[in-house]
Design a protein around this ligand. Structure first.
Ligand code: HEC
Ligand code: HEC
Length: 363
């Protein structure tokens, strides 16, 4: 039934594309998100774990100086990003190397066009260096620039963190409810946070509703924009339900002027294709936040040239160089931007806990 629906939507689409006389998209390889994010067998989703994970996500008790929480850089009021080019890190004046991506739909990283996703093979970060939400969570906790600071080794800090959280009575209650055991081990901390993140999804953007058969969910301009997005070749990298192929590509984005050392991505200046969902809430853009608006991003793509001193034009991704874009065609650029707006969905949990088990103030 679902298949028939999708096929008929595609037929209607292709018919309308032909009627409009525009280029046929090479491949219709974008689609709706599933409505539930799958969890690994050893970390099933429960209401108790979501509740605990949410408290931990907002609680600066997880940082060595009791000042930084996950929400400091991934705030619900800023689309679970922070609105900065690079985030404010552990100590005064320290900034992270990269832009904080949104946590919204991170639980879907790796999902394919058919909606399949193995939560143990769910690439995270601009260089795909973590392969699950559970694994990802350890990185900010143990990063000297983010939550650990540089005074303690990882081993010492993990012990301290486990003791610090276990010593709080309200957490012991929450951990026993979630895991039938009141001690706050690092394993349980990361499992609970990952479980909360699996609820931070937005599978009902206008585009998703349109793809599921509600043909009024997108405006005509957005539908034309979707055609332009595909005939331009954006979907050669921004594909699937996440609008990402989860691959690393060289685009030659300008270096951030504030960085001491160049950020080489995977070592070759390649970075992971970002999701295009919820861009309305997550400016500035690119791995270092160097582009502040979607207009600027479109102009960057129109140039099809490296802006990085260490990246030559011949090293640029072939799909980037092949984009069918004309710098004077603002109509096309604006149509694509209109389509990107159909990928915004404000229906996510924007609430913050009223108080925290640690008693520390919320940001
Ligand atoms: C000081 C700011 C900061 C803090 C604190 C922080 N993050 Fe992040 N987060 C970032 C940055 C920057 C990146 C991108 C780093 C990269 O790709 O190398 C990131 C990436 C991520 C990603 C990957 C998203 C994707 O699509 O690839 C997830 C998930 C995430 N953070 C969750 C968390 C959680 C959970 C915590 C708390 C345990 C946390 N973050 C704490 C700044 C922060
Ligand atoms: C070669 C593959 C490729 C093609 C083709 C491509 N992109 Fe991208 N896109 C990427 C990568 C990789 C990034 C991240 C680059 C970085 O951070 O340095 C990105 C980033 C973006 C961002 C920033 C998102 C954010 O949250 O920071 C937007 C918006 C975007 N692309 C839109 C488009 C549009 C529109 C097109 C078509 C005109 C397009 N892309 C074509 C690979 C591609």
């Amino acid at each position: 039934m679902k298949k028939i629906l999708i096929i008929s939507v595609l037929l209607v689409l292709f018919a309308s594309i032909n009627k409009a006389g525009s280029d046929l998209p090479g491949q219709f390889n974008i689609g709706a998100l599933p409505t539930v994010a799958p969890a690994p067998a050893d970390n099933p989703v429960t209401r108790e774990k979501i509740e605990l994970g949410k408290q931990l996500f907002f609680d600066p008790i997880l940082s060595a100086n009791n000042k930084i929480s996950c929400a400091s850089c991934h705030s619900p009021t800023k689309g679970f990003a922070d609105g900065l080019d690079r985030s404010n890190g552990f100590s005064e004046g320290v900034k992270t190397k990269r832009n904080a991506p949104t946590v919204l739909n991170a639980a879907f990283n790796g999902v394919d066009l058919q909606g399949n996703l193995d939560p143990r093979n769910s690439p995270q970060f601009y260089d795909n260096r973590a392969l699950s939400l559970e694994q990802q969570c350890l990185e900010p906790l143990l990063s000297p620039d983010e939550m650990k600071g540089s005074a303690l080794s990882a081993e010492v800090y993990i012990k301290q963190l486990e003791q610090k959280v276990t010593s709080i009575k309200a957490y012991r209650v929450l951990f026993s409810r979630a895991f039938s055991d009141s001690t706050a081990s690092i394993d349980k901390i990361t499992k609970a946070i990952a479980t909360y993140e699996r609820t931070l999804i937005t599978p009902n953007a206008p585009f998703d509703r349109y793809m599921r058969g509600d043909l009024d969910a997108m405006t005509e301009k957005q539908i034309r924009g979707m055609e332009a997005f595909m005939s331009t070749g954006c979907n050669n990298c921004h594909s699937g339900p996440m609008f990402s192929d989860y691959k690393l590509h060289v685009l030659g984005v300008d270096e951030h002027p504030g960085l001491e050392d160049f950020d080489t991505g995977d070592g070759t200046y390649a970075f992971r294709t970002t999701t295009l969902r919820n861009l309305a809430y997550t400016a500035p853009y690119m791995h270092n936040g160097s582009l502040s608006s979607l207009q600027e991003v479109m102009r960057f793509y129109e140039r099809k040239r490296s802006k990085h001193t260490e990246v030559s034009n011949k090293d640029l991704a072939p799909e980037f160089k092949a984009l069918k874009l004309n710098p004077f065609n603002r109509v096309r650029a604006n149509a694509i931007i209109a389509f990107l707006e159909a990928l915004n969905d404000p229906n996510f949990d924007q609430s913050t806990p009223e108080s925290l088990p640690s008693g520390l103030p919320l940001e």
